[in-house]
Ligand binder design. Sequence first.
Ligand code: SF4
Length: 438
Amino acid sequence: MEAPYGLRKIEAKLIDSGFDVKTVYPDYIDRFNPKVIGIYVMDPFGWGPSSTTFAGILKTGEPYLAKYFRLLFESSSYKKAKQGGAKTIVGGPGVWQFKLNQEFMDKYGIDCVIDGEGEYGKVLEIFVDALKGEELPRFVNLKPWECPKLEEISEIKNPSINGLIEVGRGCPRGCKFCSVTLRPLRWYSYEKIEKELKINASAGITSGVIHAEDILLYGQKGIIPNEEKVLKLNRLAKMYYKTLSWSHASFAAVAAKPKLIEECSETICDENQSWWGAEMGIETGSVRLAKKIMPAKARPFKAEEWPEVVVQGAGIMKDNHLIPACTLITGLPEETDNDVIKTIELMDELKDFPSLIVPLFFVPMGKLKERDWFKKEQMNDLQKELLIKCLQHDIRWAKEIGKIYFSEGLRDQFIKPLYFLFIKIIEWQGKRQKVLVN
Ligand code: SF4
């Protein structure tokens, strides 16, 4: 069985620390009579920027993610396990949402929410206390420096969803709205990475994702990619996976090393895949805002060059079959109408760039965590125009990407019509809400 990578990571650390751990399908929790239930969350209430933004303009109801997360706690399996006295501990990148929904914790008996890297010693102590039946702290917020050293991070012991494996943690760019950047930068050795690749490959996984905040900075302390290290990493992953993608990379690193992207394309694209994907942050088209909130995002170029870096990076990616899913943020503190106009202008320049561009509402995190949330009710006409532009761009490119994404295999031939039906529904909903024209 494949499980989320974050869950596999904490499972591995607990096993290595002598705990008896089972990762189970939510409906089977009670069968194991657990003393502690550990739950991993990405976006438990559908408040993650990507869930809320399109839902905001399309006026859909309770987010899908929120509904199924709630149903987990309402399942007879969870209820029975709780009646048996199990403590519930929640971790994962979406835990910030619980601070704003403590009634949910009370309602469903969530004892402890941990924000930080789970391999840290303090987290293991909480699991020990939970096993002893002691009262747990409601919230544990690990400081940025309270994180495991490389050698304290266990390798996964069981396969991960999407064949995802991490190759490093942390990011040197220091964007103010991001919490990742506060933690130290650590890169895994090739040996450590290979052990995890082998776990997935031996479970029959042939398609996978290598994860870091910027794959192109693999092995580096700074912001200049090292060609040799990046190519070696990709060759290693391709030894185990027929098809490979990257979790994240940066426009700046792409623009800084076009030759490297060409070589990565030659390494990754073959008879099994004609393109590969990555998630990339554009965030804004405004130089003024970029200088304020993400001054190092463009490096080694100047922050003043940010929009050109994005356009140049887009051209390099298009030439080399790297199709990214990009993010934009609107509603950032101090964002002016002129900043939104600059982002809309950048969107115009990117209209022929094969990509998905997802607009996100500002969520207070990182150094901006004390600032106010941006709510959809605050959206002005310019911000709506930006969102609509993104939606139009995404519908056009989702159709194109769909044509090359699905193989001739039986499974894909079954899923393909559903994928196109999904796009049609979004299009229909967009027209109904009068945000898309016929
Ligand atoms: S580049 Fe990405 S991961 Fe790095 S600090 Fe900025 S937003 Fe965070």
